[in-house]
Design a protein around this ligand. Structure first.
Ligand code: LLP
Length: 423
């Protein structure tokens, strides 16, 4: 459930009519709902109630500081994967002790930054990283709290580009070698082992792969404890999928996911961390765009929008489906007609939907892409020198621009001409 509903024939974000925001900030723009973010966060809290846990929101899914602060105020920790994301989380007011640092390629600079400013744990992904982290921590006179991200060799049955838990994927250390690497970690002076980490992929629509992975992690935890390691935290990653179409998708509910976690890991006496991104942010955001032209092609019509693949890359990159709805509700009895919905960017990949049945729409009409909160704004680029589009956060009947549209001067002034060209 989200909070983008028609009222009196006009799509609203909570209590704010979207045409009002469009009139103020121009199109296209992203719009997020505080109530939806809050609701989704609370679903995970309920799902893990009774278990020692921390929900570390995956910053990469939607990283605006206003979003991070909204979630931090509800008690969220954060999962970051770069020094930039770490800085964002800290700037949004999240204490270091509530930040976990994931990623296969952490640099020395990122390790120093997090060790200096506070970190809950590093989720280490290789022996090489372990050794460097130990060196750096020793040099700073501290010990770095770590989990090892274990690759359980489980197929998440999701899109090829976002599956991460098979042995051919670049992530984690092979589960078959985990015992050896934990033994090595225990010998390193700058390392303090605190737990085990796993993340098998994103947009999972079935609990079975999660359960297979968590069962392996539970077995490994028992083995590691028998080896003498103090495993007190299990980071289970993120990945729970969301429905992208209102019709035929029914991914598992957070409550069922939580019940499974409690069943598989409940007797281990560990603190559980999860790193959800999409389930919290995905349906809490929409992208609003305007139709520029309706163009008749050979045997098909094109709805040309002012939003493009640089604003929302998921359809071009993963063949992803986003429901696209008119902001003004069509009159009852309207006739749907199949159109291709495209952006103005100069490549055919800039297509949001092919032969999508849509109500009548023409130049100037507003449309909203649903489920665009996660991996939308954060994956945007300025391809075709199209400015990054504004982000707006709604809270009941209030709304605020949380990232303004940059001016063309700002964009152009980032370039520098070398001396030999400034005659
Ligand atoms: N933890 C780790 C270590 C991750 O790599 C990810 C996502 C998450 C947590 C959050 O997963 P979520 O709960 O959001 O599924 N751009 C793609 C998704 C990439 C996901 C990358 N990792 C998309 O638009 O579908």
């Amino acid at each position: 459930m989200d909070h983008f509903l028609y009222r009196d024939g006009v799509l609203h974000a909570e209590d704010v009519p979207l045409p009002d925001i469009a009139a103020q900030v121009g199109t296209p723009f992203y719009c997020y709902s505080t109530a939806t973010l809050t609701r989704h966060f609370h679903l995970f809290e309920q799902a893990l109630a009774g278990m020692d846990h921390l929900i570390c929101y995956s910053v990469k899914s939607l990283s605006n500081q206003a979003i991070l602060r909204t979630l931090a105020k509800l008690g969220a920790g954060m999962d970051v994967v770069s020094g930039g994301e770490y800085r964002r989380a800290r700037a949004a007011g999240v204490p270091g002790e509530r930040i976990v640092f994931s990623g296969v390629g952490k640099t020395r600079e990122e390790m120093v930054l997090a060790l200096n400013d506070g970190i809950r744990q590093f989720n280490v992904e290789s022996e090489a990283e372990l050794v460097i982290l130990s060196d750096i921590a020793t040099g700073m006179g501290v010990r770095a709290p770590i989990t090892l991200r274990v690759n359980p060799d489980v197929d998440a049955k999701t899109h090829e580009k976002i599956a991460t838990g098979r042995k051919e994927d670049k992530f984690g250390v092979p589960i078959s070698r985990a015992r050896d690497i934990y033994a090595q970690a225990a010998q390193l002076p700058g390392i303090e082992v605190v737990g085990v980490d796993v993340h098998i992929g994103s947009q999972l629509t079935d609990l079975a792969p999660f359960e297979a992975a968590f069962t392996r992690i539970a077995d490994l935890t028992r083995t590691l404890r028998a080896d003498g390691h103090n495993i007190r935290r299990l980071d289970l990653g993120g990945g729970l999928g969301i429905p992208y179409t209102t019709s035929n998708e029914t991914p598992p509910l957070p409550l069922d996911y939580g019940a499974m976690i409690q069943r598989v890991l409940g007797d281990l006496d560990v603190e559980v961390e999860i790193e959800p991104g999409r389930l919290i942010a995905g349906n809490a955001g929409i992208l609003v765009a305007q139709v520029i032209y309706l163009k008749q092609g050979e045997g098909r019509d094109f709805l040309i929008l002012d939003a493009a693949m640089n604003d929302l890359i998921r359809p071009a990159m993963y063949g992803a489906h986003h429901d696209i709805v008119p902001v003004i509700e069509p009159a009852p009895g309207f006739e749907r007609r199949a159109v291709d919905i495209v952006g103005p960017v100069c490549e055919s990949g800039d297509t949001f939907a092919r032969q999508r049945d849509m109500p009548p729409l023409g130049a100037g009409d507003l449309v909203a892409f649903r489920s665009a909160g996660a991996y939308g704004a954060v994956m945007a680029s300025e391809y075709n020198t199209r400015p990054l589009i504004p982000e707006v956060l709604v809270h009941r009947d209030h709304h605020a621009v949380i990232r303004p549209r940059p001016s063309f001067d700002e964009i152009l002034n980032r370039d520098r001409l070398p001396a030999w060209l400034t005659d």
